[in-house]
Design a protein around this ligand. Structure first.
Ligand SMILES: *Cc1c(COP(=O)(O)O)cnc(C)c1O
Length: 415
């Protein structure tokens, strides 16, 4: 569908626009039918309505100016306090950001600034991260002038602390671990990485963008979850995305610091401007107030009990999907994923051909490289589509086994 390339001279009635927008959207993936895994985090229509209504009420508020909109500061403080209590048992400090990329960016910036004052001899700072770490760290390093050292993971797709220790140099300003990795859902041995940081004085960032609002509730439900948060000495910062398993409006994440006042390391002040002092603690300037209202409302509407319910349901669905996958000959789960996110592969079959078969059956398939695998991310929205997915997966595998389908080997591309 072609959209206008010039601003129309005369405005058009809203009804016409709604129908055009609906038509346009008809070409997008049908996430409500469970045709894609990940990307859209939905835990029920009622909850989405709460999120939208809160957003609507704060649609025009501007958190950039808390003097005019003190409500937005109160919301941000409450969201940070609730999040940090969840991840530390006590309050620390932090900010609400626009997403995991910005949270990780600020963690890298804070580490760079800390090194600038404490270790001024470093001219080209480095960060050491597992190979499965998110690309946002490379993006942050690109923007901030750091070097990224990616360390191969173990055969179970977890960070290798010995390899990371060996990768540390006199230029290392930050170590990263994922809780868990976005790629395989495997929890890195955060305790061992944090111990390297504690022993060497190097800050440790835990990227819990995907797991931050799952792992605490999984533990409350009785699953054994190794320590990974501020309870570990050595953990300096944690990023956790509210707009993923927090189920709040897109554009919401938190960056938390284990010590009070450390947010000054990513605060920015400019005084020499005709309009006076300008101050921010995040990358953005103007930002939406709606996301803050949405996050506050969704967190309070769900409560810990609601999050436990969503996590329990997601894990039941995950176990159903995993059981179905391993029941299909030659398919295996990668490593030991801790939550509702994992990869699966085959040692005998061309998994990219299997992915092609799934795609032909109308599924949006996440493909992985090194090793070639298929990505799964199970959410409450998949309740009614898992059986169909498994049936289509079984026939895609059959087609490859029998030679009915071969592949040109489409590459893994995230977007
Ligand atoms: C999603 C994710 C990110 C990036 O977050 P955005 O919200 O897409 O910017 C970073 N790290 C992990 C582990 C993630 O799951």
């Amino acid at each position: 569908m072609e959209l206008d390339s010039a601003l129309p001279e005369r405005g058009r009635p809203a009804d016409q626009l709604w129908s055009e927008l609906d038509q346009l959207q008809a070409g997008d993936v049908n996430w409500r039918a469970g045709r894609v895994q990940g990307y859209v985090y939905w835990a029920g229509e009622d909850l989405l309505d709460v999120s939208k209504e809160a957003y609507r009420r704060f649609f025009s508020s501007s958190p950039l100016n808390p003097k005019l909109f003190p409500s937005t500061r109160a919301l941000e403080e409450s969201i940070v306090a609730m999040s940090s209590r969840l991840l530390s048992g006590s309050a620390s400090c932090g900010v609400v950001t626009s997403g995991g990329t910005e949270s990780n960016f600020l963690a890298v910036l804070a580490a760079r600034e800390q090194a600038r004052t404490e270790r001024p001899s470093i001219s080209y700072p480095e960060i050491v991260i597992p190979a499965t770490g998110h690309p946002s760290f490379n993006k942050a390093a690109h923007l901030l002038g750091l070097r990224v050292v990616r360390v191969p993971v173990t055969s179970s797709f977890a960070a290798d602390p010995d390899g990371m220790r060996r990768a540390v140099t006199s230029n290392t300003v930050l170590l990263v671990a994922s809780a868990p990795s976005y790629t395989h859902g495997v929890l890195d041995p955060v305790g061992e990485v944090a111990a390297i940081g504690a022993a060497s004085g190097i800050p440790v960032h835990v990227d819990a963008c995907v797991g931050g609002f799952v792992l605490p509730f999984l533990a409350q439900l009785g699953t054994s979850v190794p320590d990974w948060d501020f309870r570990l000495p050595g953990v300096t910062t944690i990023s956790a995305d509210l707009h993923k398993h927090g189920y709040t409006a897109r554009g919401t994440s938190v960056l938390l610091h284990g010590t009070a006042g450390r947010d000054r390391l990513h605060s920015f002040e400019f005084a020499d401007w005709p309009n006076g002092r300008y101050f921010t603690r995040v990358f953005g300037g103007s930002r939406p107030g709606g996301v803050l209202a949405s996050a506050w409302a969704v967190m309070n509407h769900l409560g810990a009990e609601g999050y436990r319910r969503v996590v329990a349901e997601s894990m039941r669905l995950t176990q159903r999907l995993q059981a179905g996958i391993v029941a299909i000959a030659d398919l295996e789960i990668l490593g030991r994923p801790i939550m509702n996110k994992f990869g699966y592969r085959s040692r005998a079959l061309d998994i990219t051909a299997v992915a092609d078969g799934l795609e032909a059956a109308g599924w949006a398939v996440g493909r992985q490289a090194r090793p070639p695998a298929i990505n799964a991310h199970v959410l409450p929205v998949h309740k009614d589509s898992i059986d169909q997915y498994l049936a289509d997966l079984a026939s895609a595998v059959d087609d490859v086994v029998s030679g009915r389908r071969t592949t040109a080997g489409k590459e893994a591309a995230y977007n």
